[in-house]
Design a binder for this molecule. Sequence first.
Ligand code: SAM
Length: 276
Amino acid sequence: MNENLYAEYPEVYDALYADKDYEAEVQFVVSRFEEATGREIDPPEGAHENPNPNANASANENVNANDNPTTDSDAPSALIVGCGTGEHATRLRERGFEVVGVDKYRAMVERARGKSDAEFRVGALPDLPDLSAFTADGSFDLVWLPFTVIQHLRPDQIADSFHALGDRLADGGVLVFDQIASDGGHDPHLWTYPTEEGTYARLTQIHEVGDAEHRYDALVFTPDGEFFADTHLLTDYEPEYLAGVCDALGLSVELHGWYDPDAESGADGHVVFVAS
Ligand SMILES: C[S@@+](CC[C@H](N)C(=O)[O-])C[C@H]1O[C@@H](n2cnc3c(N)ncnc32)[C@H](O)[C@@H]1O
């Protein structure tokens, strides 16, 4: 699988998803977190103006977490798995969460490090790296897999992945994940993304390749004349199956529409799972 967008071009990922409403996604999750835990979360004080002073310290993979410790022991803690370029991490930091982001691809993690002082590690489900140094007991109040991360897992990875996630979830904590519905495939489609630097373009084709698996193929063009191929295999899981996996972990699940308290769950096939 050639996941070039994640592996090599995280800055292009950000350009393609510049209009994604990260703020609404974070606010939705924080509201669910407040409801489930009874904790009150401070609103953000404003835009994150000072990026991480260690932004270029990409080699800090092996830095002991205690060298750059999380500081406020009363602060809620969040683990973001499949954190990508760090947009959710930045916004949770602005709301006072201590945040650790994990992503399969080093390039995504390095880009995320330039945006906030959250901690980031490279790691991939079904395993997770050792995160025990970041919180008192190694668990997190919020564990979130934003934007189809679950669908990047193959069916034989689901059980082990949820065990790993459950192990990192604090008692009384909240686990959030989501999935989008594929419409079963489509003819090639050209998407364009005008930006100040010029227009990015993505020519996509979706194929059904298995019972519930879809291959998302794309050719991506950047304004500076580069282009590359990018492929992702995503699985559509039955919501009842994923709810059952959570149930086996002792978590009860609410199904929501797409990161909007007013969106009806299942209306467009996009689902956000909130388990606690
Ligand atoms: C669609 S992107 C979402 C990124 C980010 N959460 C966002 O909303 O912009 C999916 C992310 O999941 C990561 N990912 C894919 N498989 C993973 C795995 N097995 N473990 C951890 N991260 C994974 C990818 O590298 C990518 O950053």
